[in-house]
Design a protein around this ligand. Sequence first.
Ligand SMILES: Cc1cc2nc3c(=O)[nH]c(=O)nc-3n(C[C@H](O)[C@H](O)[C@H](O)COP(=O)(O)O)c2cc1C
Length: 334
Amino acid sequence: MFKLGKITFSCPLILAPMSGISDLPFRIINRKFGCEFAFSEMINARSLAKLNVKTFKMLASNAEDRPLGIQLVGSDDFYIHKALENLNAVKFDLLDFNAACPKKKVVSKGAGAYLLKEPKKLNRLLKLIVKTRPDIAVTVKMRLGWENKSLICDLARGAQDAGICAIFIHGRTKAQGYSGKVDYKSIAEVKKAVTIPVIGSGDVFGAGLAKKMLDETGVDAVCIARGALGNPWIFGQTKAFLKKGYMPQHLQVDEVAHVMKEHLKLCIDSYGSLGGVLRFRKFFVWYTRGFSRIKNLREKVMHVKSDKEMFNLIDEFRQTKAQQTSTMARFLLA
Ligand SMILES: Cc1cc2nc3c(=O)[nH]c(=O)nc-3n(C[C@H](O)[C@H](O)[C@H](O)COP(=O)(O)O)c2cc1C
């Protein structure tokens, strides 16, 4: 059993934060398949401080959607403090601070991975968050460094001294982006450097890779990000593999089509008919990855504009009786 603050897990798996992806429908679908803890999309502290309507919509949740982590990104003490005040109206269970995002629009404002270059500032912001919300578990998500990895253990110890309760670590530097393989050795060093739980992130595309991350780094839990795109089954499969050694089986097209429809319905509930369909398009592509002879459907989906058309396209996919030829391919981004 794994614990994060007051949250207990029967299996050490977490659905990672993904901006543009980790909305309520995505979280609910993953929870139905055994995901025990999920994150919101990254929330900009300045927008939240200014009560931006779009930002508040990103915080939409419900009773089924717990325990929930909210991830804040920012670099300004004033806006972070104000954002935390505004979060008083929101129900959630864990607050993560982002020191990992490599996007230009984030790092150019001194936030996300840029804070890895400013350990004192990162430390000050973490202390501010811990002090302002003593009632909630506070964590940080970091990459291994900006360009080199030599400071990561000091950064991790500094974060621990600031009073946070766990560290999420993506085993790549900001400069690496998503290239190369995740660095298990450096994640293992972070784990050894601190006494609080460490959660590893990077390349967990299936049950075997989750076990490899746990075994080779000694982390307390792992985060699943890209591996869950169009693949909520990853949670149940990984649990069964970690607990009983069961190997994941290929999925049947009927089962995948059924879950696609459930996910689409949730998108329509959250965003309305057109909004839901537009949101679901990319998921159609992810759900159908690894199935043979469906290239034409994946091209068609980008032109679908109504819910009826989208449900029909899912039926067309089901009727192809396509075979899943590869499980690994499902887990990789195009
Ligand atoms: C589309 C996308 C959006 C992401 N958005 C966030 C984010 O908002 N906050 C964050 O901390 N990490 C974000 N990440 C990074 C993931 O949480 C994760 O650390 C990274 O993808 C490595 O894990 P993976 O190999 O399992 O995908 C994002 C990743 C992807 C692919």
